[in-house]
Design a protein around this ligand. Structure first.
Ligand code: OOG
Ligand code: NI
Length: 464
């Protein structure tokens, strides 16, 4: 009998989820169409250069999704489903701190970590977990009710979890079982038609719209699915031209003449969708909720820890200058700051140890003589080729911005109270598997390529 391997399961899951989401959220289908058009135009205009950060095949199929769960148990279950698809938890994001309004969640991203797996299909899911124990948001009474509500629901049926465990262990599934697994997995992230308890939802919504979205209903759902665009500024213009109202900024690094780094994202607001509501007297009435939206992103080069510190520092400078000059466009301020302080080429980023690359032996044979021992010299003379490593993760500030742009109200947060501590180690404990450090993953990939170069060129030491 034929079997389906993990990456094919992952690709099929991405595709089916995308089809489901496009049927249910038509603006998403527009976003995918416009992204494809922009990417084709960029490829035509820039040729091979357009594929420096991923083949057009990868980029066209590339998506990230986002889901939100309520408890460590639910998070552990989702981790089992994602492990079946060859994904690991990477990175810790504390949105409670990053957001100005009430976003009581901590998050990680489930994604492939191996270079070949990423190239096949990088489909990743930003996954957030509610923090009912945080007294800044929930008092003791509400916490108790919320935890009881969450403990009583089942997001993922056993018929989904059993094949998930098998796929995780065997890295494949028999075709028939794969079909059933994929159907159940997609269904688990569809919007449920079950009527929403209006009073309970409203109680949570007064605290935080995110809390209501997670703990106000008996199911979870994918809340956006994000295609990747090679020119996000052009995409923003074309979506606006088509009459789709976008949030007013592109988040992350500014548009500038230097290399694309990290991640730039923008979105359209959640649309009001009809939902059945159960009123306190038990009758079911029509209502509407805004819970699903659309986002698009452009990915750039991964930064090292030092590069990221520079990015965060520049963000601070931009904030400061923007608050001092409210009349000036933030994007202009950001561009000016970057042009002053951010190295303007890949070579400089590499030389200063700010960005991550994979190195390989050069294809052309450089002139006679011995190769230099330093990496810069090796690259300059053509002994070694440097390819940028694409940033596969997220940015807390942008993620908070995405949450926030979709909240109807600010919610409430009592900053006089001490928040419950959460970090990557505690989240690892909740998931039952280690939350990996993205910087370590990029460094590892770079170091491995350097060791390979050293062997291939017969160098006595790894260049650095
Ligand atoms: C997740 C928001 C974060 C991103 O791209 O930064 C995110 C959510 O709204 O649940 O997806
Ligand atoms: Ni997103």
């Amino acid at each position: 009998m034929s079997t389906i391997g993990q990456w094919r399961l992952r690709a099929a899951f991405a595709e089916r989820l995308s089809r489901m989401y496009g049927q249910e959220v038509p603006a998403y289908a527009t976003l995918v169409d416009v992204s494809r058009e922009v990417n084709e135009d960029v490829l035509r205009a820039r040729g091979a250069d357009a594929e420096r950060l991923g083949s057009i095949h990868r980029v066209t199929a590339e998506r990230h999704g986002a889901i939100r769960v309520g408890t460590p148990d639910e998070l552990r279950q989702v981790a089992r489903i994602f492990a079946a698809l060859g994904r690991h938890p990477v990175g810790f994001y504390d949105l409670r701190e990053a957001a100005a309004s009430a976003v009581p969640v901590v998050s990680t991203a489930f994604r492939p970590v191996d270079g070949a797996e990423l190239a096949r299909n990088p489909f990743r899911v930003f996954t957030s977990m509610l923090t009912p124990a945080d007294p800044r948001f929930f008092d003791a009474d509400l916490r108790t009710r919320l935890e009881a509500f969450l403990a009583d629901r089942e997001l993922f049926p056993p018929e989904l979890l059993a094949p998930a465990d098998r796929a995780a262990a065997e890295r494949e599934l028999p075709a028939e079982q794969a079909e059933r697994f994929l159907q159940l997995a997609v269904a688990a992230f569809e919007l449920s038609p079950e009527p929403v308890d209006r009073a309970w939802y409203g109680t949570l919504e007064r605290i935080s719209a995110v809390a209501a979205d997670i703990g106000g209903v008996r199911s979870t759902h994918i809340n956006h699915l994000t295609p990747r665009a090679l020119d996000i500024d052009e995409l923003y213009r074309r979506m606006t031209e088509r009459g789709i109202e976008m949030i007013d900024t592109i988040q992350g690094p500014p548009a500038w003449k230097g290399p694309d780094v990290l991640l730039r994202q923008t979105s359209f607001r959640a649309l009001a969708e009809p939902r059945a509501m159960r009123t306190p007297d038990g009758s079911v009435v029509g209502g509407a909720l805004r819970v699903r939206f659309g986002e698009v992103e452009a990915r750039g080069i991964a930064l090292t820890r030092e590069g990221r510190a520079l990015y965060d520092e520049l963000l601070g400078r931009v904030d400061e200058q923007a608050s001092q000059n409210p009349a000036e466009a933030r994007s202009d301020i950001a561009r000016a700051v970057w042009e002053r302080h951010m190295p303007g080429s890949e070579e400089e980023l590499a030389a200063e140890g700010l960005a991550c690359f994979t190195y390989s032996p050069g294809t052309g044979r450089p002139g006679a003589g011995r190769p230099p021992t330093d990496l810069e010299g090796l690259v300059r003379e053509g002994w070694v080729r440097a390819e940028p490593i694409v940033y596969e993760d997220f940015l807390p500030r942008s993620a908070a911005g995405i949450f926030q742009s979709n909240l109807s109200g600010e919610g409430t947060r009592d900053d006089d109270r001490q928040g419950t501590a959460y970090d990557a180690a505690r989240l690892s404990g909740a998931i039952g598997r280690e939350v990996l450090d993205p910087f370590d993953l990029y460094a590892h990939q770079q170091n491995r390529s350097l060791a390979h170069v050293a062997r291939a060129l017969g160098l006595s030491a790894t260049p650095g």
